[in-house]
Design a protein around this ligand. Structure first.
Ligand code: E4P
Length: 218
């Protein structure tokens, strides 16, 4: 499973990259705003800065909601850097834009996906990635992981090449469960990723090893 970090914070991206496990980055307009990145030129500059830190795919989201606007924005984003994947919302115009980008060889991430039907449409339009938002489903008492399982089944039934990018991951167990189901990618915050490191037996075991070493070498 590929690991993407879901942030526009350059320090956190650097930290995840330094762990040696980072395969890419996802951003969205809310994450950009959270970092205080506003204005078209600054946003483009920031995407470039992210691409300079990581080797993998960087999702950059369009903010138009009509086909022509999405195409114009998406083409400019794709021209920015070869690592850019154009992130397009799962709406009718977005679906048309994904099909257009697919024909042009521009890679896409279909975002704001909350149902198997939507994921099926994204795959048929040729999306590179589909982003089901599991945390936001959990927020409304619907098991987001079940959606990942169902999309996996449907994609496997028809050998769709669209990669399932489990998004809106909120905690460490989401990551573990996504890996068990067979999501192709997960995107989550740094603290959820670093949570995978933790085990009390690792900490107590290391403490004992270091104490025994100190005894023998003092
Ligand atoms: C995915 O690409 C989205 O940016 C993100 O995962 C949404 O997460 P949230 O529901 O925590 O805002």
């Amino acid at each position: 499973m590929k690991f993407f970090i879901d942030t526009a914070n350059l320090e956190q991206i650097k930290e995840a990259q330094a762990l040696g496990i980072l395969d890419g980055v996802t951003t969205n307009p809310s994450l950009m705003a959270k970092e205080g990145i506003t204005g078209h030129d600054n946003i483009l500059k920031h995407y470039k800065a992210i691409c300079d830190i990581v080797d993998g795919d960087v999702s950059a989201e369009v903010v138009s909601t009509d086909f022509e606007g999405m195409v114009k924005e998406g083409e400019a984003l794709a021209d920015l850097h070869p690592q850019i994947v154009v992130k397009v919302p799962m709406i009718k115009e977005g679906l048309k834009a994904i099909a257009y980008f697919t024909e042009q060889g521009i890679r896409t991430n279909c975002t704001l996906v909350f149902s198997v039907g939507q994921a099926l449409l994204a795959a048929k339009a040729g999306a590179t990635y589909v982003s089901p938002f599991i945390g936001r489903l959990d927020d409304i008492s619907t098991d987001g992981l079940v959606l990942i399982e169902d999309i996996r089944t449907v994609y496997d039934n028809y050998e769709f090449e669209t990669q399932i990018l489990a998004a809106s991951v909120r905690h460490t167990m989401h990551i573990v469960e996504c890996a068990k189901i067979g999501a192709d990618v997960m995107t989550g915050p740094l603290n959820a990723i670093e949570g995978l490191l933790k085990h009390p037996l690792t900490d107590s075991g290391l403490e004992k090893f270091l104490a025994d070493y100190a005894k023998g070498n003092s």
